[in-house]
Design a binder for this molecule. Structure first.
Ligand code: UDP
Length: 470
């Protein structure tokens, strides 16, 4: 039921390169405090996928740095049944107030849910020692809490999804999940507005996510290096060049060998300008809206292509809808009139090697003229922080955690999530005003440096765990 994901330690000392002197001194003090606090104790993180999506992405690097700081952190992934993931995907969609048909949340669903979470918790209960801390992530793992409560450990539930304006669908998911929160010490949300009603019995903390600027996905790449990766992955078609290289987490150089799958009418060339959205194939990311907003409202005179990028659909284990949504996007692409179809490219990236995948995302984002994230709901939107760190001008929907990242007209442009014309207009503005694009991009990068890097995130976790009841 639970599978161990190996985590190699990473040195936190590498943050010297991106922090000022005071920030770096604070980080070293934090490392020493964490070592004292966790002497003889382990921290167990449990979620439901090791690859694909923002949570896996973030855990990979946070756990590596905490290990590097000398804390015994472990990563476990919950392997569910198809019935289980149908329930949890339904919960996920409700927590985002998704429209459309949603599976019911009755006793049968609770039974399918607990048939996975209870045995998994029993398995973990055999492994923990007194004083350990268990961090459960997202709805998939919360059901483990009641069994774990029998053990002398701290239990924190971290939910990465939420909406600013809950409706009855959202409340139904809360009602389904709330009983389990009685067995945890603290619930952690990404933003204040996401905190549920009816959680007076449990501690509440607000912790926004962070990105790893040294990962293959965010590490520095100059333009020739980014282009070489796009060529190696088959995304840019023309010309021969040097191999596409990137650095792995442990610092060793690696080559991009796998190739992306492209659905396109004409090939993308090195000098084509493009707009991109990189996301799982999920209706809440509104890939069809991006496609329509682009072809209808970004004129040919902007001379830009659109790259809709996502994982190959086998790549995200806890996302059963991916294949279906990719088909919807492909159908929308086929339905375009010929000239418009030639401006849109659908790209699926191999997910077998998370770092190679990250290098491809990195190269795609770095060479983009504009990065968009037109989500209909968003817990945080790591892709926004990733693009911002690369100094890219961003157009994003003003929903959920995106609002904490993008200050409209200062670090990017915000649009209403369903307004395709406003979306297209904002993209066109950035494609035609280089000075605006440059100014917003560099302000976005500074905001990430101040707020969304790991040192701030790790400090919040250490503070939070220090406050748990003994
Ligand atoms: N991502 C990726 N490959 C893809 C699509 C997405 O590595 O083909 C990554 C993306 O770069 C980001 C994460 O998946 O790090 C998505 O996180 P986000 O918070 O934007 O959305 P979520 O998937 O968690 O809803």
């Amino acid at each position: 039921m639970l599978r161990n994901v190996p985590v190699s330690p990473l040195p936190i000392e590498r943050f010297r390169a991106v922090l000022d002197d005071a920030g770096y001194r604070d980080l070293l003090a934090l490392r020493d405090r964490a070592r004292r606090l966790f002497a003889g104790r382990a921290v167990w993180c449990v979620n439901s996928t090791a690859t694909g999506g923002g949570v896996a992405e973030m855990l990979r690097s946070l756990l590596a740095y905490t290990r590097g700081a000398g804390v015994d952190t472990r990563w476990l992934v919950l392997n569910g049944t198809p019935e289980f993931f149908a329930v949890t995907k339904g919960l996920h969609n409700r927590l985002h107030a998704a429209s459309g048909e949603l599976p019911p949340l009755g006793e049968a669903q609770r039974a399918a849910y607990e048939a996975v979470t209870a045995p998994a918790a029993r398995q973990l209960a055999e492994m923990v020692r007194p004083g350990d801390v268990v961090l459960l992530h997202d709805p998939q793992t919360l059901g483990m809490a009641p069994v774990l409560r029998e053990c002398p450990v701290g239990i924190v539930w971290r939910v990465h999804v939420g909406v600013d304006e809950p409706d009855d669908r959202v409340r139904a998911a809360w009602d389904f999940l709330r009983p389990y929160t009685h067995s945890v010490d603290t619930c952690v949300f990404s933003r204040e507005r996401f905190v549920w009603e009816g959680l007076e019995h449990v501690g509440i903390e607000i912790v926004p996510p962070s990105i790893d600027v040294f990962s293959a996905k965010n590490q520095e790449l100059d333009d020739p290096a980014a282009l070489a990766i796009l060529r190696a992955a088959g995304i840019v078609a023309d010309g021969e060049g040097p191999p596409g290289m990137f650095l792995r987490e442990d610092g060793t150089p690696a080559r991009v060998d796998r190739r992306a799958t492209l659905i396109q009418e004409r090939e993308l060339r090195a000098d084509d300008r493009y707009v991109t959205q990189v996301s799982r194939w999920d209706r809440l990311k509104d890939p069809v809206g991006v496609l329509e907003g682009f072809v209808q409202h970004v004129g040919e005179e902007c001379r830009a292509q659109l790259l809709l990028v996502g994982p190959d659909v086998a790549g995200v284990a806890d996302d059963p809808e991916g294949a279906e949504v990719l088909e919807e996007v492909t159908a929308a692409w086929r339905a375009l009139a010929a000239p418009a179809r030639g401006r849109v490219h659908l790209v699926t990236l191999p997910m077998k090697d998370a770092e190679e995948n990250g290098a491809m995302v990195n190269a795609i984002q770095r060479r983009a003229s504009v990065v968009v994230q037109k989500s209909l709901a968003e817990g945080f939107g790591l892709t926004v922080a990733e693009a911002a760190w690369k100094g890219r001008p961003i157009v994003a929907a003003g929903v959920g955690g995106i609002q904490d990242q993008v200050v409209d007209e200062v670090t990017g442009l915000l649009v209403a999530p369903h307004d395709l014309a406003a979306f297209g207009h904002a993209v066109s503005r950035l494609l035609t005003d280089d000075e605006l694009a440059r100014r917003l991009g560099s302000a976005a990068q500074e905001r990430v440096r101040d707020r969304f890097l790991e040192p701030r995130h790790l400090r919040q976790w250490v503070d939070l765990i220090e406050r748990l009841p003994a």
